[in-house]
Design a binder for this molecule. Structure first.
Ligand code: SAH
Ligand code: SF4
Ligand code: F3S
Length: 485
């Protein structure tokens, strides 16, 4: 199929990974890709429904695509992802849209495209599957930096947090065959990638059973270990963890393997137990703080980041204060912070009035952001004077002579490049920082504790050797004197 595809991606990293799967399916069907929309035969937009403003952004882009269609007859526009799943044929009423395909329907892309190209008309396919994991498809990473890549390890979500649309747009949770995950990781290693992020809406509930031998099972900490062992030279990250499901086993595995990065994204959403219950998160403030204390005990250098929602249904100032106090208590390294946005058909939309006035939501969100800014600054300031291994990602936007990269804790770093290139591991001594960035310089690899201990022993031995030598010389001199006499 000789079609030029242009693809735009919105939403979470799952969507980034999915666009790569869709690209692989299209490539196998003979399509090619362009980054220039005016050269495309097909415009695809992979969409997000998580908040109303995410959907608004996509609707704005569809207006632009409609103009493109007016300019050039025959251009096909397809909507993929969560908005396609949520709105189905309703989106076809938009004159820009020729077809909608939900997240479990990407295998139909070539058939849908050739049908519309040959016969015209509009189509929608949005059946959610209980099995599809696209395990056999090797993603085409045209949009990647060649250094880090995502691997999707599961799809869907069974949690039904009351505010969240994801379970409706992504369907039931299903885990991908670990053999295909490890094979994909090894392939990335061979291609020169240096970092992989294992992706799932709730990685801690990864649970795979071999269909040919149902006694063979694998949980997330076992999977993490398999990947870490299979690719010892690569950095391994994962997200998202769920506070109700993260187990100590995962923490021990992280602590045991130096190539698993010490960073956990652990969305809290709210600091108020009453609201957490209403959100159907299935943990209390105290449960959450216990998990934080487990992480700190097992991995003192682990970064902890979070997601927070301001102004959920019935949130009082007291609830909001509890969110602020929890943030201080944990001392998050960074956070994604959102204003509650009611999503159609969710439990919250059906049961609870969206009763926090817009200006109070905004005011609370601003307070949360202001607090996080000070916490992020504090967290970065603690790094000044320390040396970290940084994976170089690419040149800095501000200066050609500077490179950017990330520490194992996922802190963003800028430094003079001194000949380093994307994909290199360098050692950076942190000199200054802002709340968002560490600024440092490349230094020699610091000595490991074992090397330092060996040096101390060696110095001690040298001292003893010197003392023995001096004693021997002295004894010899005394002997010579005695002989002379
Ligand atoms: N599976 C992940 C991510 C889900 S979406 C998780 O469970 O954490 C990412 C974040 O968007 C959520 O953590 C939540 O903070 C936010 N979010 C989800 N639904 C929302 C809504 N209706 N309004 C505002 N924020 C929302
Ligand atoms: Fe949404 Fe909750 Fe599932 Fe995350 S765990 S995707 S917030 S339902
Ligand atoms: Fe958005 Fe769908 Fe991801 S709603 S956050 S793109 S799972």
């Amino acid at each position: 199929m000789d079609l030029k595809i242009y693809i735009e991606t919105y939403g979470c990293q799952m969507n980034v990974a999915d666009s790569q799967v869709a690209s692989a399916i299209l490539k196998a069907a003979g399509c090619s890709f362009t980054e220039d929309i005016s050269k495309a035969d097909v415009i695809l937009i992979n969409t997000c429904s998580v908040r109303d403003n995410a959907e608004k952004r996509v609707l704005g882009r569809l207006d632009v695509f409609r103009l493109e269609k007016k300019k050039r007859q025959g251009v096909i526009v397809g909507v993929l992802g969560c908005m396609a799943q949520r709105l189905k044929e309703k989106l076809l009423e938009n004159p820009a849209v020729d077809f909608t395909l939900g997240p479990d329907s990407y295998r139909s892309l070539p058939a849908v495209l050739s049908f519309i190209r040959d016969r015209g008309g509009k189509m929608t396919e949005t059946n959610l599957s209980t099995r599809e994991t696209y395990a056999d498809i090797e993603p085409v990473r045209t949009d990647s930096n060649g250094v880090s890549a995502f691997i999707s390890i599961m799809r869907g979500c069974n949690n039904m947090c009351s505010y969240c649309i994801v379970p409706f747009t992504r369907g039931r949770e299903r885990s991908r065959d670990p053999k295909s995950i490890v094979a994909e990781a090894k392939q990335l290693d061979r291609e020169g990638y240096k970092e992989i992020t294992l992706l799932g809406q709730n990685v801690d509930s990864y649970n795979w059973t071999d269909p040919e031998n149902t006694t063979r099972k694998m949980n997330f900490s076992q999977l993490l270990e398999e990947v870490a062992l299979a690719c010892p030279k690569m950095r391994i990250r994962f997200q998202t963890s769920h506070p109700k499901d993260i187990r100590k086993g995962v923490l021990y595995t992280m602590a045991m393997y130096p190539n698993i990065c010490p960073h956990i994204h652990l969305p809290v959403q709210s600091g108020s137990t009453r609201l957490l219950q209403k959100m159907n998160r299935k943990y209390t403030r105290e449960d959450y703080l216990q998990k934080i204390s487990d992480i700190r005990n097992i991995m003192p250098d682990c970064a902890i980041t979070t997601d927070i929602i301001a102004g959920f249904c019935s949130e009082t100032d007291e609830d909001h204060q509890q969110t602020l106090s929890l943030m201080k208590e944990v001392g998050y390294d960074s956070a994604f912070m959102f204003q509650y946005s009611q999503r159609p058909d969710t439990l919250a939309a059906r049961r609870y009035p969206d009763d926090v006035p817009e200006e109070i939501k905004t005011q609370r969100l601003n307070e949360i952001i202001a607090l996080q800014n000070t916490l992020s600054l504090k967290s970065n300031q603690k790094c000044i004077g320390q040396t970290y291994q940084v994976l170089v990602e690419g040149p800095s936007k501000r200066s050609e002579n500077q490179m950017t990269g990330r520490t194992p804790q996922n802190r963003f770093c800028v430094f003079d490049s001194k000949g380093s290139k994307p994909g290199d591991f360098v050692w950076i001594k942190v000199l200054t920082c802002t709340q968002a960035t560490l600024m440092g310089e490349i230094v020699e690899q610091p000595k490991s504790l074992i090397e330092k201990a060996e040096e101390t022993i060696e110095e001690g031995l040298n001292d003893i050797r010197e003392k023995i030598r001096k004693t021997i010389v002295r004894t010899k001199k005394t002997k010579d004197k005695t002989k002379k006499q």
